[in-house]
Write a protein that binds this ligand. Structure first.
Ligand SMILES: Nc1nc2c(ncn2[C@@H]2O[C@H](COP(=O)(O)OP(=O)(O)OP(=O)(O)O)[C@@H](O)[C@H]2O)c(=O)[nH]1
Length: 413
């Protein structure tokens, strides 16, 4: 029913006025004065407005009506290619009185910048740019976009092609699409920038690139900006590798071992599961360097590292502590099992000499020390007992395994 206010303002020839209401979860327009009918002939008073307004505008208007708050300067683009600006004031009974003005002239680009210049400017940008219509049909892909991905408008007629071509892995595609759609919906609802997202995208030539996605709805356009961060991510990964992996042997570095080892030790203490460390030092390594040269010494270190790696389960932490000294952290392993493993590794090393470029082979041996976790241990205290056991093995003639005796602090071989 028209309100008294509407009855008073409806006959006025201007401004354009529009009365709307939210019924059964749908926004409807109940009255349009003559000026509003001229601006919006496609708005019927009987149908919900879901065909005429974008989902974002529907949500904004519905929320304003249900909360009884006023809206100012909401802009939208009509089917008759006009920009309208809407202000809404809530009325009794959940109605809203909207005042409309045609601002198309204000929304037009400045006349001194011809369309061709806009395109040139967008093509010059060093970032990929895509502008879509309300229904995600592509309006513009700039030159950098085509350079980045290799795809043109013809390859990507709809959004579905984008997802299919760029994300061949179904699980990854579903994850990326769900995250992207959620973030876009939020950005549109609150009229804000989407929080940037990063995904690995397959380009037309089959290469993968790490792309940072930016998005904002501007008017009824979707604007996407794509930054290629592949080189940055590659360098970060290289630095991470350098920090965690020993360049000569490919084993973990001392630093990474201490970081990871401390975490695993705490976990073992919390969950009360057995844990051991095993330290080993190659015997008479100085002699190898002196007799065969430093390069042969390096080969021997690489050979020893790969023999150790061969003898292990995946989750064990194996690191080069420095020089010719190695360490292994064994989770869920009691001291008997650790001793057996150390003995197996000792024999494996002994039985597989390191081939040298001159055709000779170097027989390697190592001395091993094993220690088990004790109440109140830190990684340092545990390693220091394994180190003691290892030096005891050296004193007793090398090429052997010694285990610390928990209660007495003595050793057993
Ligand atoms: N080739 C090569 N040698 C290294 C490297 N790091 C340390 N070394 C050498 O390893 C040798 C270790 O010698 P020592 O600590 O005296 O021990 P060792 O000769 O193995 O004697 P024991 O441990 O008592 O059996 C030194 O000569 C170091 O220069 C490396 O990365 N490459």
């Amino acid at each position: 029913m028209p309100s008294p206010l509407w009855r008073a303002v409806a006959p006025l020839p201007t401004p354009a006025l529009w009365l709307c209401v939210n019924t059964l979860g749908e926004l409807r327009c109940t009255q349009l004065n003559t000026a509003a009918q001229q601006l919006l002939p496609e708005f019927a008073t009987t149908e919900p407005l879901s065909q005429q307004l974008s989902p974002r505008h529907l949500v904004i208007l519905s929320q304003a009506l249900s909360q009884g708050v006023a809206l100012d300067a909401l802009r939208f683009f009509t089917a008759r290619q006009r920009w309208l600006q809407l202000s809404l004031s809530p009325q009794a009974g959940g109605c809203g009185l909207a005042l409309l003005s045609d601002i198309s002239d204000l929304q037009s680009p400045p006349s001194d910048l011809a369309d061709a210049h806009w395109l040139e400017i967008l093509n010059w940008l060093p970032v990929g740019l895509e502008v879509d219509r309300e229904n995600f049909q592509t309006l513009l892909l700039n030159r950098k976009f085509v350079e980045l991905f290799g795809y043109t408008d013809a390859d990507l007629p709809t959004l579905d092609e984008w997802w299919l071509h760029c994300y061949p892995d179904v699980a990854y595609r579903n994850t990326a699409r769900a995250a992207w759609e959620t973030a876009i919906a939020e950005a549109r609802l609150y009229n804000i920038d989407m929080a940037p997202q990063e995904w690995r995208v397959r380009c037309k030539n089959g290469e993968y690139r790490d792309i940072q996605f930016h998005y904002r709805a501007i008017g009824d356009r979707h604007v996407h900006v794509y930054l290629d961060v592949s080189e940055q991510r590659r360098l970060e990964e290289e630095l991470r590798q350098q920090a965690t992996t020993d360049a000569l042997t490919g084993l973990l570095t001392r630093r990474h071992f201490f970081e990871q080892g401390a975490l695993r030790l705490q976990q073992a203490q919390r969950q009360r599961h057995p844990l051991c460390v095993l330290m080993l030092d190659l015997d008479h390594f100085k002699r190898i360097n002196d007799r065969h040269g430093h390069a042969a010494g390096d080969l021997a270190l690489q050979h020893a590292a790969s023999l150790l790696r061969e003898g292990l389960r995946m989750p064990d932490l194996l690191a080069r502590l420095g020089g010719e000294e190695f360490v292994l952290l064994l989770e869920h392993t009691d001291v008997e099992q650790a001793q057996q493993l150390a003995e197996r590794l000792r024999q494996h090393l002994h039985q597989h000499p390191c081939p040298l470029p001159d055709g000779k082979a170097l027989r390697l041996t190592a001395s091993f020390g094993v220690a088990r976790i004790q109440e109140g241990d830190s990684l340092d205290s545990l390693l220091s007992r394994a180190d003691k056991a290892m030096y005891h093995a050296k004193e007793l003639g090398r090429n052997r395994v010694m285990v610390e005796l928990a209660a007495s602090g003595g050793m057993e071989g």
